[in-house]
Design a protein around this ligand. Sequence first.
Ligand code: HEC
Ligand code: HEC
Length: 554
Amino acid sequence: MRRGEKHQINVPVRVTTSLTVVSMIVSLSLMGCQRASAVSPPSGKELFALHCAACHGQNGDSKGIAAAFLFPKPRDFRAGRFRLVSTSNNVPTREDLHAVLLRGMPGSSMPPWEHLGQAEREAIVDEVLLMRKEGAREFFIGYLREEEELTEEEIAEEEVQADIDDYVQRFTTPGESRSVPAIGSPDRESIARGRDVYTKQSCHSCHGKEGRGDGVEKMVDGEGLPTSPRDFTLGIFKGGHDGASLFRRVAYGMPGTPMPGSSALKPEEVVDLVHFIRSLSSEEVRLAAIMNRTRIVAKSVNAMPEPFDSNVWSEIAQVNLRIMPLWWRNDVDPDLQVQAIHDGKTIAVRISWDDPSHDEHATQSESFEDAVAMELYRGNAEPFLGMGSADQSVDVWFWDADRQTSLDVEDQYPNIVADIYPFSENLAATAEYRREGTLRADQPSISLPAVAAGNQIVPCPPAMSGGSNLNVGGPGSVTFRIPKNQFVTAVGQWKEGRWTVVMRRALSVDSPDEGISLRPGGKASVAFAIWNGSRRDRDGQKLITIWQGLELEK
Ligand code: HEC
Ligand code: HEC
């Protein structure tokens, strides 16, 4: 088969998701009376560019714009070191790749794509396979050039081209799959036998005696990056927690990581191991590790309650959202809950999550604050989860603990000395002006220069809303809306190890410069991010949900 042929054959002919609808609308309006059936679905390449490229890179080389913020690092499809494989030669099958797309990879920032249509996922799998083939071709041609010292003319020769095709074929065609026996239900005996095999096979040397991932301290993966053996009690399984998936992981190992395969074990021994490993976590914990998409319904109410009026809010349905750290850490389940209401004019979203430390210290540049953001999008085809894209901008509502506090530099550093206030017209340069009882009414706050320069990051009493509104069109493009377009107000309360933040805004705004309009009965997409200051979260180091559906009651 020639390179690319498979790709062409597998391009889907029928896509039923919203993306098609958008392209249909666009094309119909452009082409007047042309029939909808003439519109082709988005290609795998387009889908990849939209959903995957920011992390995996436009050409699949893992160097996407967001990759710097991620750990573990996104997979390099060109190098093809896939870890979740079911074949003897470590080449993934289409089904292996499709399974990754359905589930994502809990324990990393790789999100699930279950909400895309089957046909869209298939087209994306084709694209990944194509990238792998291109990568293999590139690698082999590089080898011929550098090691074999072939000239471009020699490389172009038919015979050499056939060799290249041969190489690509060999390293991208899945080998044999080991058949997976029926896993059955666990019983006490099988779990006990599994524990014996676990010890006999030295699984404990890495995963620890009780499976808590504490057998070794430090390890590196095939790329020399730090990794660690899985703590089985957390229920995080990158390759799926069902019996058959775990069977494959144990049987084939995870190529490119220290996790070895166990080809010498009998199938029934692997089954016992699977029962033992699953016995260390509950189904509930395992499910909680997988990102999901839910519906948040903004209830229609007659009047807006006070932000912390628990009588009213306790009547509003709470939605639990799963959230993942982009830079992975295990000990996070902040129990994120969201509620929403609207009164026909204003919408209020109440977000609460566990955070044992209360971090608000605007004035200490060495410390970081707690914060939460909500990303809104209205339209059929959702843009890239992480901050939209240039032609699909998102509206971000942000609350941070610092903005609502009245902490002053002077409070934090009582002995601070300021020599000059460049923005102050009625004050001569002042030294040591602020001592207990010496501050006159016409003297400025020490952070006045920033205020005078229009720096919106500076908390500005007396308005003291912790909210702000950002316009974002792709990773790295965050801009504060200008003050007259700031309509989000937000207030947070930290109580007994938990933040509750309520953000509010008028449902509709006048122009795209002011954000995204909502309406009763309407729908939008929404995603959330939280930052834990004492874990040094800031900017792209945060926890995120995937896109959720927001619906406003009529
Ligand atoms: C937010 C970043 C992000 C996005 C978006 C993303 N990925 Fe990933 N992906 C990752 C990371 C990180 C890994 C590696 C996880 C690990 O090794 O634990 C990964 C791993 C993978 C793997 C490797 C599976 C294996 O066997 O090793 C595949 C395949 C994959 N992603 C496909 C996709 C496709 C296709 C898309 C778009 C539909 C996509 N990813 C979007 C971050 C992302
Ligand atoms: C040399 C160290 C080492 C040994 C020995 C080892 N593992 Fe692992 N194992 C790892 C590492 C590291 C990972 C995580 C890899 C990653 O996420 O990239 C892992 C991951 C796993 C996973 C998670 C799979 C998933 O889908 O996320 C399972 C299950 C597992 N190991 C089972 C076993 C069993 C059973 C044995 C014994 C037969 C074993 N391991 C032996 C290092 C080891």
